[in-house]
Design a protein around this ligand. Structure first.
Ligand SMILES: Nc1ncnc2c1ncn2[C@@H]1O[C@H](COP(=O)(O)OP(=O)(O)OP(=O)(O)O)[C@@H](O)[C@H]1O
Ligand SMILES: [Mg+2]
Length: 408
C-alpha cells in the first residue's frame, strides 16, 4: 500500500522561541521535563517519524498531554511544526504558502473534534453543506452531497432538523458527515467519539469502520482509550511525552509490547476482545470420511494433537474424532470411524476469541473454516489459554524488569 502521509523527524515546541535553546536541548537528548524547567518551553511532539498508508485507520494513542492533538494538528499546520516535515502524497505541507495551505486544508482534509460546534441556527443539511459552500459549489450540488454524507452516518431524514433537536451522539454524526461531505482524502479525528456513551461509541466505531470499507479514506484517529484504538485501528501508534514508543498492528501492541509504557497500557485490556481466531489457529489433522480408525490415529500422531477433523469430499468439516475414542476403538478391533465422530462448531479466522470461548467447553478442538466453509485449521482450547497467558506474562516481565531497574 502506498504511503499517504509521511511524517519525518517532526518536532513541535511551544514557547516564545521554539527553535532556540529548547530545540538544541531536545536534539541533544534532554527530556521534556528538563527542557520545561530550564527554558520554560513545552515539548509537544518529539522527533516523530510515521508513515501512514493510504486507506488505513491509523490510531494515535496515549495519555492526556502525550502530544496526540499536537501531532495531528501539525499534519494540516493548525500548529506550525518547529522542525521536520510532513508530506501528503508528494506535497510538502510544511512548504505551502498561506494560500496553498488554505486550499490543501479545504480540499484534502476533513477534521472532527470531540466537541463539534454546529451552527445552531442552521438546519442539519446546511450545517453539513457548509464546507462545500466555502468551496464554491452550487446549492443543488451542496445539498445532494450533504444528503449523501448524512446517509453514510445514518442520519437520513434529519436534514431539516436543527442541532438542538439532536442528541449528542447524533450531533457528533453530523460533525462526521460535515467532514465527509467535502470528500477529503484524509480525515483527522481528534477524540471524536470520546464524549459519547459506551454503547453509542461502539456504534460509531462500527460505522466508521464500515464507512472506511466503502470510501477507503486515510484516517488519523486519536483516542486515549486503548480498547477503542485496538478495535478501530489498522495500526496503532503509542505516544508518551511527545515521543513515539511503538507503532504496530493491534496484535503487535497487544502481544509484543516494546516498552514498559506500552505493556502497562496493555495489561488492562481484555485480550480475548482483540485477538482473533487467526492468532491461535493451528494446522488441523484432517481425514476424509472414508478414513479408518488407524488413518485418524496416524494423522493425530503426525501433528501431535488430540483429535482429527473429518471432512467431506469438498473439505467441509463433519466433526472430530478424539484420540482416546480412536485408541479405544482400535483396541476393540473397530476400523470404521463413523461411530466416533463428534459434532464440533465451525468458526472463521476473523472472529475475536471472546466470541468463541463458550464453544471451548467440551475441550474438543474447534474447526476453523474459510468463507466457503472449507476446513483451514483448528483451534485447541488449551492453546487459547496458553496464548492469553503468554501475553499476560509479557506485561509481568516488563513490569518486573522495570522494578529491578533493568529498563531505562
Ligand atoms: N497551545 C499550546 N501551548 C502550549 N503548550 C501546549 C499547547 N498545546 C499543547 N501544549 C502542550 O503540549 C503537550 C501535548 O499536548 P496535546 O494537547 O497534544 O496532548 P494530547 O495527547 O492531545 O492530550 P489530551 O488527551 O488531553 O487531549 C502538553 O504538554 C501540552 O501542555
Ligand atoms: Mg488532545
Amino acid at each position: 500500500m502506498s504511503t499517504k502521509v509521511k511524517i519525518s523527524n517532526l518536532v513541535k515546541i511551544f514557547g516564545d522561541e521554539p527553535d532556540g535553546e529548547a530545540l538544541t536541548l531536545l536534539q541533544a537528548g534532554y527530556s521534556k521535563n528538563v527542557i520545561r524547567e530550564s527554558t520554560g518551553h513545552i515539548v509537544g511532539v518529539n522527533d516523530a517519524n510515521i508513515d501512514i498508508s493510504e486507506g488505513e485507520i491509523f490510531v494515535v494513542m496515549g495519555l492526556s498531554g502525550s502530544g496526540k492533538s499536537t501531532l495531528i494538528r501539525c499534519v494540516n499546520r493548525l500548529y506550525e511544526p518547529t522542525a521536520g516535515s510532513v508530506f501528503v502524497d508528494s506535497t510538502d505541507v510544511t512548504a505551502l504558502d498561506p494560500k496553498e495551505l488554505q486550499a490543501f486544508r479545504r480540499d484534502s482534509t476533513g477534521m472532527v473534534f470531540q466537541h463539534f460546534a454546529l451552527f445552531p441556527h442552521r438546519d442539519i443539511r446546511s450545517n453539513v453543506a457548509f464546507g462545500l459552500k466555502v468551496k464554491g459549489m452550487d446549492a443543488d450540488g451542496r445539498n445532494a452531497a450533504a444528503e449523501r454524507a448524512l446517509a453514510l452516518v445514518g442520519l437520513s431524514g434529519y436534514e431539516s432538523s436543527y442541532p438542538r433537536q439532536l442528541s449528542g451522539g447524533m450531533q457528533q454524526r453530523v460533525g462526521l458527515a460535515r467532514a465527509l461531505a467535502t470528500d477529503p482524502d484524509i480525515l483527522l479525528m481528534d477524540e471524536a467519539f470520546s464524549a459519547l456513551d459506551p454503547l453509542i461509541r461502539r456504534q460509531m466505531q462500527d460505522e466508521l469502520m464500515s464507512i472506511q470499507d466503502q470510501l477507503h479514506k486515510t484516517i488519523l484517529f486519536i483516542t486515549h482509550d486503548l480498547n477503542e484504538a485496538l478495535r478501530v485501528g489498522s495500526r496503532v501508534c503509542m505516544m508518551k511525552d511527545g515521543a513515539i514508543h511503538q507503532v504496530g498492528t493491534p496484535e503487535d501492541i497487544l502481544m509484543r509490547p516494546e516498552t514498559d509504557y506500552v505493556a502497562e497500557f496493555v495489561q488492562d485490556v481484555d485480550q480475548g476482545r482483540v485477538l482473533e481466531v487467526e492468532t491461535v489457529r493451528e494446522d488441523a489433522a484432517a481425514v476424509p470420511q472414508s478414513a479408518t480408525v488407524a488413518d485418524a490415529l496416524s494423522a493425530i500422531d503426525r501433528l501431535g494433537v488430540e483429535a482429527a477433523h473429518v471432512v467431506d469430499a469438498d473439505g467441509r468439516p463433519l466433526g472430530v474424532v478424539a484420540r482416546d475414542a480412536a485408541e479405544q476403538a482400535q483396541r476393540s478391533g473397530t476400523r470404521d470411524l463413523s461411530g466416533l465422530i463428534q459434532d464440533v462448531p465451525a468458526i472463521t479466522n476473523d472472529t475475536i476469541l471472546a466470541k468463541v470461548y463458550q464453544l471451548f467447553g467440551s475441550g474438543l478442538p474447534v474447526a476453523v473454516v474459510d468463507g466457503d466453509g472449507v476446513l483451514i485449521g483448528s483451534v485447541r482450547p488449551l492453546e487459547v489459554l496458553a496464548e492469553l497467558g503468554r501475553v499476560e506474562n509479557i506485561s509481568e516481565q516488563l513490569e518486573l524488569a522495570k522494578t529491578h531497574g533493568a529498563q531505562q
